[in-house]
Design a protein around this ligand. Structure first.
Ligand SMILES: *Cc1c(COP(=O)(O)O)cnc(C)c1O
Length: 412
């Protein structure tokens, strides 16, 4: 058994190769495709997820509660698997609330974030007893009103838009002007108003950014997060019992990117937890992670339907496409389009390679899965495998576009 190299990438951390075949869940990729009876499909490997969470648990202090952000991948079997290993779920809609509750998790371990929560959503969340991360003054008052009718005292945190940013993030979620959370400067006034409302204040939620691969940047943001929470706690109606520090742990997608070094982050968090024993003695700490927990555990597999030569370029036309994997096409938040790591899953050891462009079956030039990559020479029927596809895959894609059937998803 050997580990494949992706061209220009660090070694593939997961998904071993036996002979010419990439293995998923212990099966050669062609067998898996045969068993499922159809391509394209998404496959998620539970052992890889377990391994990732075990690693985190050893590197992070015990006091840190680990939450999973459901929007990264809400597939129900996967969610059920996650719930057995994490301490809480973060949701962002009523649909995710339903999925989360179906796992049987204690609602007290669910927190609901997102700007523009609807009245029905808020009511359902209040009735279920989940933690509401409040995003604005309007939302706070709306929750107070709704709670009057339901007889449940809402458990809330304030989501703070920090006055700092997480540097070199793939996606900035805080600092500057954003629709997310309440600007730091406005928080004291809201906390004052909160005293007049019948709600249980738990603490703060401070999320500064996403998809970050630099430990030093994450450490800096976490230090600033604790300092900010301590500062804001002075205005709070009761002691801070929960500080959700966000997440932002990234995974490598593109050539030259290196995996995040979590060890120094864990060491720094241990220091922060110690500091907090005097500064915020009643507080529990949570990290909410999405892609870092599941992103590397998933693959998207499609089949070559046609191989064409056009003015000197080889095109592999597959039965997949951006309608099922928008992120791989570069249209989900990439500024400059780069290729996701991709392999021909049934020709892993094949020496003879050629430069190809891999496209989907949609009638738009945006439907590009890989541009000018050097891969094993592929033919019609071969399996194109896009790696790092366990997060923001199917549910982050416009599946209705062109009315193709939905792909299968399987947890192995
Ligand atoms: C999307 C989101 C996450 C998860 O982000 P990842 O980059 O997948 O880790 C965490 N918290 C909040 C509030 C989010 O909106």
């Amino acid at each position: 058994m050997s580990k494949p190299q992706r061209p220009g990438h660090c070694e593939l951390p997961y998904f071993p190769v036996v002979g010419n075949q990439l293995q998923a869940g212990g099966l050669p990729i062609t067998h898996l495709a045969q068993q499922l009876g159809n391509t394209p499909f998404y496959a998620y490997d539970r052992a890889i997820i377990e391994q990732r969470i075990r690693l985190l648990r050893t590197l992070l202090p015990d006091a840190i509660r680990l939450h999973y952000a459901v929007k990264a991948n809400p597939m129900s079997d996967l969610l059920q698997h996650m719930v057995q290993q994490v301490d809480g779920l973060d949701i962002a809609s009523q649909g995710e609330l339903t999925l989360a509750l179906q796992t049987g998790i204690n609602p007290q371990h669910i927190s609901f974030t997102g700007p523009g929560k609807g009245t029905d959503e808020l009511q359902a969340a209040i009735d279920a007893g989940v933690i509401l991360n409040i995003e604005s003054a309007t939302e706070m008052r709306r929750i107070a009103k709704l709670a009057e009718n339901s007889g449940v005292r809402p458990r809330i945190t304030l989501r703070v838009n920090p006055d700092f940013e997480l540097k070199s993030s793939g996606m900035r979620m805080g600092g500057g002007a954003t629709p997310f959370g309440i600007d730091t400067e406005q928080v004291p006034a809201l906390l004052k108003e909160l005293v007049t409302l019948d709600m249980e204040f738990l603490g703060f939620h401070i999320f500064a950014g996403s998809q970050n691969l630099r430990a030093t940047a994450i450490i800096e943001a976490q230090n600033a997060t604790l300092a900010l929470a301590v500062r804001l706690a002075e205005y709070a109606p009761s002691p801070v019992r929960l500080l959700n520090m966000g997440g932002g742990f990234g995974i490598p997608y593109f050539p030259g990117e290196q995996p995040l070094d979590v060890k120094p982050i864990g060491e720094n968090l241990a220091r922060l937890v110690e500091q907090a024993k005097t500064a915020l003695p009643d507080a529990e700490f949570a990290l909410e992670l999405g892609r870092y927990l599941v992103g590397e555990a998933g693959i998207y597999v499609c089949r070559v339907l046609d191989k064409k030569m056009s003015r000197g370029q080889v095109f592999l036309v597959t039965d997949g496409g951006l309608h099922q994997h928008l992120a791989a096409s570069g249209n989900f938040g990439q500024v400059i389009r780069k290729n996701y790591p991709v392999v021909i899953g049934n020709k892993m050891g094949v020496k003879k390679t050629e430069e190809v462009t891999i496209v989907g079956r949609l009638c738009t030039p945006l439907d590009l899965l890989a541009s000018k990559v050097e891969l094993a020479v592929a033919e019609v029927g071969d399996l194109v495998v896009i790696l790092q596809s366990g997060a923001y895959g199917l549910t982050a894609s416009p599946t209705a576009f062109l009315s193709h059937p939905a792909p299968v998803e399987i947890l192995l």
